[in-house]
Write a protein that binds this ligand. Structure first.
Ligand code: NAD
Length: 498
């Protein structure tokens, strides 16, 4: 059985005997074992990063960016191998795995603009003979902790940008599907990244807690569930670190009576059931304005959900794979039962699905609930599975109020042909990412990604311009070169330009 270890100072190293099984969710079989790091592993990664930092920080941004140009080429060259690793441990289809990798590569491309991104700001003549400028300096050693659902893309949201900003990085990937993350990190060695600039430690809470406690780690980027995001934000900031912690979601789509329904149904199918609903931007609630809209939507959704092709990534033409683990499968099926018990109408029950040849896989079919109300756990909580809830409201305003009252505010969208309705929605809705006839409004790499409310703890969103600010510290310099030998008299009042 292959053992996956850690990458420290450019080498694969082993630190402990403790291991965890990694499963292929399509077969329920162990695919490899993962070595679980500990406080000593964290200490050696920090030592490697501290050694590499002075030279890397002083390397010109253009040279740092050149490493990313080579990295991008290597990611493209190995894309099929990477997609295979993602699908084997995550379960998503190969086209979906290639899609997440492509979105990750776009963040590498953005990082290639480092000399432009780090140009700084300059003002001349800010006072008598004084010029001022702001530089954007590296923060130092930065840690990243990532979730299972995008093992390639989410780490690539973080370290390419952090590295070109002059930082060293310690990544703690998800313990559920670590192999693609580690494979990708190793490509950076081939791209010429100096040893110790990027280190990857596998493990769980013990590693995370050691990173939080380490004073050498100056900033942390986290993406995962809300309870852990809140924990890392509160503990990290209490330890004096800069923290951005992106959490869970419950994304609503408003369907207006005038929506182009066939387009909305196709969009909802992909957004609710793609990747088995295990996306933080998945649409899990369709808010229909008017009973007639709800009935028409359900009539069109129903056959398509029945026709979903669920299977292993190795099978041709599959739309949706299994859930990540047996534990998560039990949790999702329990939510479906809670929905039934609380009085929602389960129109399509995906439980009990069997995929020929994959009896031990964690498969569940698409589920559709109607008449869902806001007091139900299937409405309030993030299920993170292929379960779409229909909620009926009487007006757009009622739909917006409903979304705004939810504890999460990651993404949302509206399906309509009415510009006025769309403008009202964009103005009033409380969510960080909003789509108008766009079901998954994931910002491109040159914007930034983040939710509102309990979907994000911290000030700055991930990647894009916010990412540059998160991974740098501003230093503002005011400079004067006196022209005459004579000294000015001492000024005891605060200098101003009165
Ligand atoms: P998770 O919170 O269980 O794990 C995320 C990371 O935190 C992993 O690396 C894990 O090892 C670590 N971790 C878990 N428990 C911990 C603890 N008690 N203390 C310290 N570290 C701990 O999340 P997951 O199940 O891997 O991913 C799914 C979740 O991530 C969903 O809630 C989803 O919405 C969210 N997510 C959010 C975004 C976003 O951008 N907002 C993106 C992707 C996923």
């Amino acid at each position: 059985m292959q053992k996956v270890t850690h990458m420290i100072a450019g080498e694969m190293v082993s630190h402990s005997e403790q291991t965890l099984d990694v499963f292929n969710p399509a077969t329920g079989q162990v695919s490899c074992v993962l070595e679980m790091g500990n406080a000593d592993t964290v200490a050696s990664a920090i030592a490697a990063a501290e050694k590499a930092l002075p030279e890397w920080r002083a390397t010109p941004p253009l040279k740092r960016a050149r490493v990313m140009f080579r990295f991008k080429e290597l990611l493209e060259k190995h894309q099929d191998q990477i997609a295979q690793l993602i699908s084997e441990e995550h379960g998503k289809t190969l086209p979906d795995a290639l899609g997440e990798l492509q979105r990750g590569i776009e963040n590498v491309e953005y990082a290639c603009a480092a000399p432009e991104l780090l140009k700084g700001e300059y003002s001349s003549n800010t006072g008598p003979g004084i010029n001022a400028w702001s530089d954007f300096k590296a923060v130092g050693i930065v840690a990243g902790i990532t979730p299972f659902n995008f093992p390639a893309m989410v780490p690539l949201w973080m370290y390419p940008l952090a590295l070109v900003c002059g930082n060293c990085f310690i990544l703690k990937p998800s313990e559920k599907d670590p192999s693609s993350t580690l494979f990708i990190a190793n490509l950076l060695n081939e791209a010429g990244l100096p040893k110790g600039v990027l280190n990857v430690i596998n493990g769980g809470k013990e590693v995370v807690d050691a990173l939080i406690a380490a004073p050498q780690v100056k900033a942390m980027s986290f993406v995962g569930s809300t309870p852990v995001a809140e924990y890392i934000y509160s503990q990290g900031t209490a330890n004096g670190k800069r923290v951005q912690a992106l959490g869970g979601a419950k994304n609503h789509a408003i369907v207006m009576p005038d929506a182009e329904l066939d387009g909305a149904v196709s969009a909802l199918m992909g957004a609710a059931f793609g990747s088995c609903g295990e996306r933080c931007m998945a649409i899990s609630v369709a808010v229909c304005v008017g009973d007639e809209t709800a009935d028409r939507l359900i009539a069109k959704l129903t056959p398509q959900i029945h026709e979903l092709r669920v299977g292993a990534y190795t099978q041709e033409g599959v739309d949706m794979g299994p859930l990540i683990s047996k534990e998560h499968f039990d949790k999702v099926t329990q939510y479906v039962q809670e929905g039934v018990d609380s009085g929602a109408e389960l129109l399509i029950d995906g439980r009990g699905l069997s995929v020929p040849g994959h009896a031990d896989g964690y498969f569940i079919g698409g589920c559709l609930f109607d008449k869902v109300t806001t007091d139900m756990s299937i409405y309030q909580e993030e299920i993170f599975g292929p379960v779409l809830c229909v909620v009926r409201v009487n007006s757009l305003e009622e739909g917006i109020a409903l979304i705004n009252e939810h504890e999460y505010g990651n993404g949302t969208c509206i399906f309509t042909r009415d510009g006025e309705a769309a403008e009202l929605f964009c103005d009033e809705v409380e969510a960080g990412m909003v789509g108008v006839n766009v079901p998954l409004p994931v910002p491109v790499a040159s914007h930034s990604f983040g939710g509102w409310k309990r979907s994000l703890f911290g000030d700055l969103h991930a990647y894009g311009p916010d990412g540059v600010r998160f991974y740098t510290r501003r230093k503002t310099i005011s400079q004067r070169w006196p022209k005459r030998a004579s000294h000015e008299a001492a000024q005891f009042a605060f200098p101003s330009q009165q």
